[in-house]
Design a protein around this ligand. Sequence first.
Ligand code: SF4
Length: 179
Amino acid sequence: MVNTDLPAPPGIEGQGFFATSLDKVVGMARKNSLWPLPFATSCCGIEFMATMASHYDLARFGSERPSFSPRQADLLMVMGTIAKKMGPIVRQTYEQMAEPRWVIAVGACASSGGIFDTYSVLQGIDRVVPVDVYVPGCPPRPEQIIEGLLKIQYLAENESTRRRDSPEYKALLESYNIH
Ligand code: SF4
């Protein structure tokens, strides 16, 4: 169930009025309406299923709507071993998402290749897309995945609406050859 009792963003309050900045309102809306795209290839995906199910209930954070269309998702959650052949697919998925978009690498495999230090496994998805949050573990427990989501919420809430137009962000994307 979505928490509808959210506190108001910081601002100035008086009798009959409340003033705040656009950044804070937009940040609050983005933070509480993340639509994750689960890109699950192996065992860490099972932990994500547990995270979505009733006991851990990711819906409590406004993220109960997994999007299987990149165009309607703003949070890419990569969970599992990513073979080098899958790298271009992860990248294409990221490119099809609209800004602002965030990425979580869930588990050791997505973060660094994990135990699979082999010729065929991508040694971390940050070789192909920029990553905002890394969740350690093999596999991480649902509590860790939730903590990763909370960190993304923190980033979404506190991000300036101008960040995506900044030269630093453009340079980051260019370093991945994403235009
Ligand atoms: S990090 Fe461990 S549990 Fe997760 S996909 Fe890799 S091997 Fe499986």
